[in-house]
Design a binder for this molecule. Structure first.
Ligand SMILES: CC(C)=CCC/C(C)=C/COP(=O)(O)OP(=O)(O)O
Ligand SMILES: C=C(C)CCOP(=O)(O)OP(=O)(O)O
Length: 301
């Protein structure tokens, strides 16, 4: 008999399904230049935790949707996230050598191919969203809203805008509001997208979408504060990337402004307020999303 907790098995099952779906969407024999295909697959299959696709699937299931219907959109968000990490690691940005326990994309394939692999992952994400309509019967109306949300939340007003504010602010930030803007957009917006995309697939009402936006916003902020904390206290082996990089790059972070203990307190407060918002969403079953919120904040991986 298998004694592993049900939640761990659930995580493992979804992670495997997402990886299999990604292999279908980017097949080994895909008819594109080999260096590009290799670079895209290298980072996608490098062992990321698949947290954002997990949120898409869990949100869709919380509204009673079939998991299969959510998988193409789950893959799309993982492609967007992976592109963002490839570009974030480039010499022009964070200049990191390791990601997900492996050499960064540009270290293996060179800068030009890494940039283009990121570009192609972003573009292919939109192809994958369309497949949710072609293969899994998600309505054209829902897909239209999902494409609109992704363009907004991953673009200039979302993740890219947050990344630019992060680069421009690096040493000059003077208050927590500026840092919060960066965290909410650079990291939070893709988490918000994942939740509301899943909810749209499940047929959420406007009120439920709003509640999930609040859940995602607080969860995303807590997640990035946790990332700031782990950069100081985490284990490089487990995290698969270098720690102390914020200090080395003289980046202003939550622990820099309010100290380690208060930052940890903020993570708990935000996780609780996220769960309170979720409680107000009146879902068919919110238990998995509640468990995921706790899981994200206990991570030391
Ligand atoms: C448009 C682009 C390139 C967006 C990047 C978004 C992002 C969340 C990067 C990682 O942040 P981080 O540098 O705080 O995290 P890590 O410690 O994992 O590098
Ligand atoms: C937004 C941040 C903090 C970048 C890393 O995200 P994850 O911790 O989800 O990275 P992977 O598991 O996908 O590599």
């Amino acid at each position: 008999m298998n004694n592993r907790p049900a939640f761990e098995l659930y995580l493992q099952e979804i992670t495997e399904q997402i990886t299999n779906e990604l292999k279908e969407i980017l097949p080994a024999e895909w008819d594109v230049p080999q260096s590009l295909r290799d670079a895209m697959q290298y980072s996608l299959m490098a062992g990321g935790k698949r947290l954002r696709p997990l949120l898409v699937v869990a949100a869709a299931e919380a509204f009673g949707a079939e998991r299969q219907a959510a998988l193409p959109v789950a893959c799309a968000v993982e492609m967007v996230h992976t592109y963002s990490l490839i570009h974030d690691d480039l010499p022009a940005m964070d200049n990191d050598d390791y990601r997900r326990g492996k050499l960064t994309n540009h270290k293996v394939f060179g800068e030009a191919t890494a940039i283009l692999a990121g570009d192609a992952l972003l573009t292919h994400a939109f192809y994958s969203i369309v497949q949710a309509g072609r293969k899994s019967g998600v309505s054209a109306e829902s897909l239209l809203s999902i494409v609109e949300d992704l363009s907004e939340l991953a673009g200039a007003r979302g993740m890219v805008g947050g990344q630019v504010a992060d680069m421009e602010g690096e040493q000059g930030l003077t208050n927590l509001e500026q840092l919060q803007y960066i965290h909410l957009h650079k990291t939070g917006d893709l988490i918000v997208f994942s939740l509301i995309a899943g909810a749209r697939i499940g047929g959420a009402t406007q009120g439920q979408l709003e509640a999930l936006r609040v859940f995602g916003r607080d969860l995303g902020l807590a997640f990035q504060i946790q990332d700031d904390i782990l950069d100081l206290t985490g284990d490089e082996q487990k995290m698969g990337k270098k720690t102390q990089s914020d200090v080395n790059q003289q980046k202003v972070t939550y622990p820099f402004f309010i100290g380690l203990e208060q930052s940890q307190e903020q993570v708990s407060v935000l996780t609780q307020s996220a769960k309170d918002a979720l409680g107000r969403a009146d879902l068919t079953d919110s238990s998995r999303l509640m468990e995921i919120a706790d899981y994200l904040m206990r991570r030391d991986h």
